[in-house]
Design a protein around this ligand. Structure first.
Ligand code: SF4
Ligand code: SF4
Length: 663
């Protein structure tokens, strides 16, 4: 094992560090029978730097590491992280003291702010403005912490600014074969005397996967992808430690073997590797620098650089499974590309983006070869007429014809019930508009649309229920004008047994100033007002999803300006009801909120000013809306979610919110 001095700390650390974020689990806890022997074996084999964090392994990583280091604490350097950047100083300090207890030690060799960026530093951590680093430095003076640092997720320029503060002795950051953005800033931080610990040297496990392509790219120099990845990281002259999140004894032995036997790549080898990758990318038309000039122009909000990254991982690095997972995780898929070409002249690399989007769709998307359908209202009037646009996207190689059959339910009546969308070119979308009438006082339009592709016998039926809100009175929450809705128990995802304890009926209305929501929640309130609630820990409560973008953007899957996700807490026991922005682009988000206990749970009333979440002035014509009941266990893990629009994790895609018309 090679060792080096970690910046100016004086700590002589091993080139391979042990990241304790993926320790083997048994249920909700780290499996001590596996983790303790592995962590102790790591010490025997020469690893002397171990890094953890408060939340790792379901909050059990620090305890498992502390258990394993009993009797050998003096042989190792322990590092952990505190991510409570918005905490009061006393509470932040409590987390530090907890970490010392869990790690069973009197001092930490390295204590880090967890996952910071420049804005967080300025807002919450700057010691010259009484930020939490002051607390960190006090702990250092007291000897509880020997050295201070941070882990980092931001633009490389921010790393330079943080290095310039002269406060921090170490940074833990991302750098690997696939992501070299920090390469130059790492030199800078090193020159400022900081230690450099690289997390994700194997790209968060991506480079732990087999890829003959990567071995080829190294000219046969590396015998495995992991070897290539580690040797690449160690080749950076500023790097002290490659911090690997090892899960098994076999992984540990493999990494140790590489650390013992393989040398870091030479400068020439790294240059040759970079050249080979760049050549392949250029040849494949995939040389994306992630500048993002293209993304604001895309009417479909396709994450173009991320899609190209998945293509790169598949085609250039041969990381096929990883690329498929990456694509699956994207909010908007490249099948949504309508080949409008608006992105083309924005790309300095002259990438044929529409072509690449189609290539990604063909490689990754299971829907290729089929027809995608969508239906949305384009007009709803208070008098009770509507226009419904039905779109069909042809994802096959040939032109397609689609037969559409519309059927209204309750009082919804279409003026024509059958239509054809003809000659939809390959990989293009065509629409038709169906008009009809409904009875506004019933509060919804109900219909189903059957779509049949002529080349298949299969008919796809889509049911649509659109909510029509009418004006209500905020001081009369039982007024008959209110729309009342109740999600189905089947919507309760994950743990069915939780449905017995939870449920929701809610009422919606609006007045001139804002949206009015009354939620009646059946709930066991197991954990209703945890002190950490406002810092993101999940407790029993509600989530509110609002899409207040311009009408033509409502229903677009991406989160952007005008889409908000708010956590609401009933606040029983000591606290008043509270809300917390999980995600919102609006700086001044306001809710008038009240809550009360009921026999079976609680009731929350809220008025949300339109100005808080809507793009235009006054009452909007329509919004996207969803409401979810969350239920958590004592440790703040979500165990079930009950979503009005149906389906778990609804919030990850704004297209899933219910469309609500304010007639
Ligand atoms: S061509 Fe496709 S990716 Fe480019 S802007 Fe149009 S829809 Fe977006
Ligand atoms: S403009 Fe070109 S290089 Fe920049 S992110 Fe988009 S595709 Fe990549």
């Amino acid at each position: 094992m090679r060792y080096s001095l970690l910046g100016k700390t004086g700590m002589n650390v091993s080139a391979l560090g042990f990241g304790c974020m993926r320790l083997p689990m048994k249920g909700a806890s780290v499996d001590r029978d596996l983790s303790t022997p592995m962590l102790r074996r790591a010490v025997d084999l020469g690893i002397n730097f171990f890094d953890s964090a408060i939340g790792y392994c379901n909050h059990d990583s620090e305890k498992a590491l502390g258990d394993a280091m009993q009797g050998i604490r003096h042989k190792v350097f322990l590092s952990t992280k505190n991510g409570n950047h918005q905490a009061a100083p006393a509470e932040w300090r409590r987390h530090l003291e907890n970490s010392l207890t869990y790690l069973r030690t009197d001092y930490l060799d390295l204590y880090n702010h967890h996952g910071i960026n420049w804005d967080v530093f300025v807002k919450n951590l700057d010691p010259s403005k009484d930020g939490l680093t002051k607390e960190m430095l006090r702990a250092k003076e007291e000897g509880l912490v020997r050295h201070v640092g941070f882990s980092f997720h931001d633009h490389p320029d921010s790393l330079k600014k943080l290095a310039d503060t002269g406060i921090f002795e170490n940074v833990i950051l991302q750098y690997n074969l696939l992501d070299q953005a920090n390469a130059e800033a790492m030199h800078y931080a090193r020159e400022k005397g900081m230690g450099i610990v690289v997390m994700g040297p194997v790209g968060g496990g991506r480079l732990g996967l087999k890829s003959d392509t990567i071995a080829d790219l190294t000219g046969g120099e590396a015998k495995s992808t992991v070897e290539a990845a580690l040797r690449f990281v160690w080749a950076h002259p500023a790097v002290n430690i490659a911090l690997s999140g090892m899960e098994t004894m076999a992984m540990l032995e493999e990494n140790i073997h590489i650390a013992e036997t393989a040398r870091p790549f030479t400068k020439d080898q790294v240059a040759a590797l970079d050249r080979a990758v760049a050549e392949r990318k250029k040849k494949s038309g995939l040389y994306c620098t992630a500048c993002r000039y293209c993304t604001p122009t895309c009417p479909q909000s396709i994450p173009i650089p991320e899609t190209l990254e998945a293509l790169n991982n598949y085609l250039i690095y041969g990381l096929k499974d990883h690329a498929l997972n990456q694509y699956a995780g994207l909010n908007v898929k490249s099948v949504e590309c309508i080949a409008c070409g608006k992105c083309l002249d924005k790309c300095p690399q002259k990438i044929d983006i529409p072509d690449r989007m189609r290539q990604a769709a063909k490689l990754f998307d299971k829907r290729i070869g089929s027809i995608l359908y969508d239906a949305r209202f384009t007009k709803v009037t208070p008098a009770g007429s509507f226009a419904l646009r039905v779109s069909a996207q042809n994802m096959t190689e040939k032109p397609a014809n689609i037969d559409v059959h519309a059927a209204g339910a309750d009082t919804t009546v279409f003026s024509r019930t059958a239509a054809r969308i003809s000659d939809i070119p390959s990989f293009r979308t065509k629409n038709i508009v169906l008009e009809g009438e409904f009875t506004p006082s019933l509060g919804s339009i109900d219909c189903s649309i059957d779509l049949t592709h002529e080349s298949t016998t299969e008919t796809i039926t889509k049911h649509h229920r659109y909510l029509i809100l009418r004006k209500g009175l905020a001081d009369n929450w039982t007024d008959g004008q209110w729309l009342e809705a109740c999600p189905k128990p089947e919507d309760f995802s994950e743990k069915k047994e939780s449905a017995a304890l939870h449920g929701m009926r809610f009422k919606l209305s609006y007045d001139d100033a804002g949206l009015l929501v009354l939620a009646n929640v059946k709930d066991d309130l197991l954990f209703p007002s945890h002190p950490d609630a406002h810092k993101g820990q999940l407790v029993d409560g509600l989530e509110l999803f609002l899409d207040g973008r311009k009408p033509e953007r409502i229903g677009n899957p991406s989160y952007e300006y005008g889409v908000s996700q708010i956590a609401l807490y009933p606040g029983f026991k000591d606290n008043a009801p509270a809300f917390y922005h999980v995600w919102t682009s609006h700086k001044e988000f306001k809710i008038d909120l009240s809550s009360e206990r009921t026999g079976q749970g609680y009731r929350m009333r809220m008025r949300i000013p339109f100005s808080s979440f809507c793009a235009g002035d006054g009452v909007p014509g329509k919004i996207g809306f969803d409401l979810a009941v969350n239920t958590a266990d004592e440790s703040g893990r979500r165990i079930a979610q009950y979503v009005f629009a149906g389906g778990p994790d609804n919030h990850q895609n704004a297209a899933n919110f219910r469309e609500v018309w304010l007639a």
